[in-house]
Write a protein that binds this ligand. Structure first.
Ligand code: ARG
Length: 470
């Protein structure tokens, strides 16, 4: 819990108030403080401080005795926060000064030596990077979980026919499994964006100090290694002012949220009476307070809408960073909330999507019936004319158009026309054409790589398991 009462300002001034005679106003304190949200990375702050202290010891900048008491003290602070027994003080601005302030209460003077050769500027960049790195790993696991739910349904429905759409008009038959695997690919790319982001961000800002480096003989390789970074960042000015890692994370989340919103929108459509393709279980449906018959897919609608919020977070941070001169400016304190919010939002949306997928019954009869509607196998007829009659595709397209018109005038499906009807348009057509006209036949024929033939979809499911869940 954060103490929201106005302090005298003396807590913070004890850290930096040497040249001040008065404390900050209440409003100054409120606008300045980040403890309300940056307490979220206390574990990363303490981890980085311990690595820094140990390095200072190894470089004989601090005595071993000081290092030991600092590290033990930091462990004690960690335990207090983890147990919810720590009182965060707004007067101490942020997590860095709250931890250090408590450390001083616990171990006394040695606490003041921890900040040797570093600044809050490199400290916050390091802590936040460590948090984003952890967040990114959680996000990867959540994306994987949703992929697993998609693959599970895709396996069940590898051969369940449904209409494939373009322009939301029935276009060609596909299988539901194939449709769901499309989202597995999207989420797979989202995960690979996280991998890229992680690789690029994995340079340690610690030791850049305020902006110019430090005169102490610090060992940046040592702290970078201790914190699991690939290397120290090369330029101290860049190190303290770089928030690309947060921006990249938000961009990756924004794209993933867009993917989820598309699937969510399809859910909304599929669950509608008009489509009737899917029924969400009770655990993911809501009722209406006035219309007793209603079953609303609220979770899907919310997942659809959450994309707006995630994209908003990306826009917010891009705008904060735009035009900021080097190096650190307090504007950058505004980097955290959008990242936390986008992270939490997408984690929840992914969990909801996975839950919905696991709790959905698809109406395969209804989908199969629709799959043949709207002359969905017209392309199959055209392809047959090309393959069997060696007709140029453009001519075949034309002939097929005439057949579709005939069927439409008669109120029939393509496969319901007689051979005579078909021959009245193109005399060379034979009875063999009926082998490609039904939905099943159409599906079976789509054997090209990445195509929707049920056998191909079953193979693709197995591949997806290996590629994404292995
Ligand atoms: N709370 C600050 C932030 O989140 C920490 C860095 C403060 N640095 C400074 N020079 N005032 O950005």
């Amino acid at each position: 819990m954060t103490e929201q009462t106005k302090g005298s300002g003396s807590d913070a001034s004890a850290m930096w108030g040497g040249r001040f005679s008065g404390g900050p106003s209440d409003i100054m304190e409120e606008i300045n403080a980040s403890i309300g949200f940056d307490q979220r990375f206390y574990a990363q702050d303490i981890r980085a401080s311990k690595a820094h202290a140990e390095m200072l010891g190894a470089q004989n900048i601090l005595t071993q005795q000081d290092v030991e008491s600092i590290c033990q003290g930091l462990d004690a602070v960690y335990a207090e926060i983890a147990a919810g027994k720590f009182t965060f003080k707004r007067t101490l601005e942020d997590i860095h000064m709250n931890v250090e302030g408590r450390l001083k209460e616990l171990i006394g003077e040695a606490a003041g030596r921890l900040h040797t050769g570093r600044s809050r500027n490199d400290q916050v960049a390091t802590d936040f990077k460590l948090w984003v790195r952890d967040g990114l790993d959680q996000m990867d696991a959540a994306l994987r979980h949703t992929q697993a739910a998609l693959i599970g349904q895709a396996e069940i429905h590898a051969s369940s026919a449904m209409p494939g759409f373009t322009h939301l008009q029935i276009a060609q038959p596909v299988t539901l499994g194939h449709h769901l695997l499309a989202y597995v690919e999207m989420l797979g790319r989202d995960r690979s964006r996280l991998v890229d982001c992680r690789k690029r961000m994995n340079e340690c800002p610690l030791g850049a100090a305020a902006l110019a480096g430090t005169s102490f003989p610090i060992d940046r390789q040592m702290t970078a290694q201790a914190l699991g970074f690939d290397r120290p960042s090369a330029n101290s000015l860049d190190a303290v002012s770089d928030r690309d890692f947060a921006l990249e994370y938000l961009s990756a989340l924004g794209i993933a949220a867009v993917h989820l919103s598309r699937l969510a929108e399809e859910y909304v459509l599929w669950c509608s009476t008009q489509f009737g393709y899917a029924r969400l279980g009770d655990s993911y449906s809501t009722g209406s307070s006035i219309m007793p018959q209603k079953r609303n897919p609220d979770a899907a609608e919310l997942v659809r809408s959450k994309a707006g919020r995630v994209i908003g977070s990306l826009a917010a941070l891009l705008i904060v960073m735009k035009g900021l001169p080097l190096a650190y400016s307090k504007d950058m304190q505004e980097d955290k909330e959008p990242v936390f919010d986008a992270h939490d939002t997408l984690m929840l949306a992914l969990a909801a999507m996975a839950g919905m997928l696991e709790d959905t019954t698809f109406n395969t009869d209804r989908m199969a019936a629709d799959a043949g509607k709207g002359f969905a196998t017209a392309t199959d007829l055209a392809d047959w004319l090309v393959r069997v009659l060696a007709m140029p595709f453009r001519d075949a397209h034309h002939v097929t158009g005439a057949v579709v018109k005939l069927a439409e005038d008669r109120g029939l499906g393509l496969e319901d026309l007689s051979l005579e009807d078909l021959q009245s348009v193109e005399p060379q057509i034979t009875a063999a054409v009926f082998e490609v006209l039904g939905v099943e036949n159409s599906l079976k024929s789509r054997i090209s790589l990445g195509g929707t033939a049920p056998d191909k979809v079953r193979e693709a499911c197995a591949q997806a398991r290996l590629r994404f869940l292995g």
